[in-house]
Write a protein that binds this ligand. Structure first.
Ligand code: FEO
Length: 396
């Protein structure tokens, strides 16, 4: 049994077998589905777990409360990694009352069918459990419309849904002060950029709304339970990422079939280094999962994209990356680009259209290469790199 504080227990699950979160994002360190149980005069469970782990989940619940019934299931977020066990849970606890906002309870109906007793709450609503009182705050579009948080006014614990979450399973304990948290900080940036990245404005609104709460513990649905100094550190990460705040550095994301376009990328990287840019990250869009590329794009202010022409369009993996960037409405970047072709150039045109759609500042002249690398191409690549370096250095 993992007790977080007093009557508040952790009953979450480590998933070390799922390879792709949402079928898209790699999980080299696994992932958790966090659920919390408050065993007060009334018993409240906060969120559930992926349905594949229900058996273990139920064992963890019974380890805390034995055969006592659960009075309430508080639903902060309806995505099935957290709501997936609702239907089975009702079979074991038929008198359980589902507590959430109307949007979430409508989703329960849509995903899992009817029949549950429900208690609809709205912004500022509360639930008395005895010693503990839960107060509810709506944080829509972080990253679904029904998302809310539950604040334990007794112990000052924020049950945050996906907010402040990260990838990574727990090794022995979910409590940050009892573990090495190193890996979770980069996994938080990857989680944010992959899953929540589009919703910067709603995250900012949520941070403002929750800003006045006294916090002793943040209990997200993914990743460690955050305490002490880490609370402000976690909030700072979410604040920085949702403002699309960046640091000096350049991501060069390129596609290359035979190495010619890669030579353009290498030339650009060399010149950036000569110009004093120390943080240069090169990503081959075919070989590196875009999950990691997006996290680096969120971190660094400079972005240089390059790809060959393919089927009278652009190299497919670059098309996908452009779409992923556009979908997230990423802001506050400098963009340079280059393309290549063998007989008819389309890739640079596609990158040009992309540069007009996104709200990035384009720097330098785009470079276009026919067939192989020539001295004029090398010079143009160096000029593009220098323009990027100069623009970044203006901000120092
Ligand atoms: Fe972890 Fe949005 O579900």
């Amino acid at each position: 049994m993992i007790t977080l504080k007093g009557k508040v227990h952790y009953v979450g699950i480590n998933d070390r077998t799922k390879t792709l979160f949402e079928g898209l994002w790699p999980l080299p360190y696994g992932v958790t589905y966090n659920s919390y149980l408050i065993a007060d005069e009334k018993i409240a469970l906060i969120d559930t777990v992926d349905v594949n782990y229900f058996d273990l989940f139920l064992k963890k619940i019974k380890e805390v409360i034995g055969e006592r019934p659960i009075d309430y299931l508080v639903i902060n977020h309806m995505e099935p990694d957290h709501s997936g066990s609702i239907r089975l849970l009702r079979q074991f606890y038929p008198n359980i009352t589902l507590v959430s906002n109307k949007k979430a309870l409508d989703m329960v109906e849509g995903f899992y069918g009817t029949g549950a007793q429900t208690q609809v709450i709205a912004e500022g609503g509360s639930l008395e459990l005895g010693h503990h009182t839960l107060k509810f705050h709506m944080i829509p579009m972080v990253h679904w419309p029904e998302t809310m948080v539950s604040y334990d006014t007794t112990e000052h614990i924020l049950f945050a849904g996906d907010a402040f979450g990260c990838f990574g399973a727990m090794n022995g304990t979910p409590i940050d002060s009892m573990m090495d948290t190193t890996v979770y900080w980069s996994e938080m940036e990857r989680y944010y950029s992959n899953i929540v990245g589009k919703y910067g404005a709603p995250v900012q609104k949520a941070l403002q709304k929750l800003g006045g709460l006294e916090l002793e513990m943040i209990c997200s649905t993914h990743g460690p339970v955050w305490t002490g100094e880490n609370i402000s550190k976690v909030i700072d990460v979410y604040d920085r990422l949702s403002r699309y705040a960046t640091e000096e550095g350049v991501v060069i994301a390129y596609g290359s079939m035979y190495g010619n376009t890669q030579q353009m990328a290498e030339t650009i990287a060399e010149e950036l280094a000569k110009e004093g840019i120390r943080k240069i990250v090169m990503h081959d869009v075919s070989r590196i999962n875009h999950s990691f590329i997006l996290a680096d794009i969120f971190r660094y202010k400079g972005l240089i994209l390059g790809a060959p022409t393919y089927n009278a369009s652009i190299y497919p993996q670059m098309e996908m990356l452009m779409s992923e960037i556009e979908m997230r409405e990423i802001k506050n970047h400098y963009l340079g680009y280059f393309g290549s072709f063998s007989w008819a150039c389309h890739s640079t045109k596609k990158l040009s259209v992309f540069s007009e759609k996104v709200s990035f500042e384009t720097v330098g002249a785009p470079v276009e290469m026919k067939q192989g690398m020539k001295e004029c191409t090398r010079i143009a690549c160096r000029e593009l790199a220098k323009a990027m370096a100069d623009r970044l250095k203006e901000d120092r």
